[in-house]
Design a protein around this ligand. Sequence first.
Ligand code: ADP
Length: 247
Amino acid sequence: MATIEIEDLQVRYRRTVAVDGVSMRVAASEVVGLLGPNGAGKSSTIEALAGLRAPTSGSVRVWGLDPVTDRRRLRPAVGVQLQESTLHGSLKVDELLTLYASFYPDPRDPGELVEELGLTKVRRTAFDDLSGGQQQRLSIAIALVGRPRLVVLDELTTGLDPRARRRVWALVERLRADGVTVLLVSHAMDEVERLCDRVVLLVDGRVRAEGAVADLVREAGLPPGSGLEDAYLALVGRRPDAGEEGE
Ligand code: ADP
């Protein structure tokens, strides 16, 4: 059974069709990158996957379960890092991680995660007093503290300095080694090339292309050996409003 199975997903807001018939599968232990310009529907897809948003139509299954109605059963096994996490701002890094650890039957050691993410110096700092990059690393730690079998990461390393990015990459590489399934949203093509087995490229709420980097390069009509960034730009560029994403 696939870990993630999305069939003809539609997510519509009042005036906008954010996701317009997306189908995709992620097998167990795969690391898959979800790419696409701003407004392509990545966050809406991830929210549906995390059970935070009900699909307008179509279906989303995680290990065959419905993320909205079976949220309680899925919660212990799914770790989600969202772009804007609303955490208790006055709690310290240590306190927050210990609190989240207490929600799970077999949590990771918060101290170990703090170290792996380079947060040791700020472990007694309140969330509100952390820098943006530190807050982001903490949200990754929170997504991982319950030893999830599926991890969903939104804009994994956006805004992180080079050293912090390397730390987070190493963490994802360890998840891969442990057979954890990972779906990650990223705009950093080097990151995606390094970490992901496969890529799904969304444009205007639809799957524009999917496969390994070499598949996207071929689909874009570029010479073999071209990079993901060139393939991305070629595939995203072939539409009338290209270049107005305001990335
Ligand atoms: P991405 O994550 O790829 O940037 P989103 O899923 O956030 O894409 O957004 C897809 C489209 O849906 C965009 O046009 C966005 O403006 C719209 N949208 C996203 N969230 C909402 C919302 N809560 N209410 C109304 N429109 C939304």
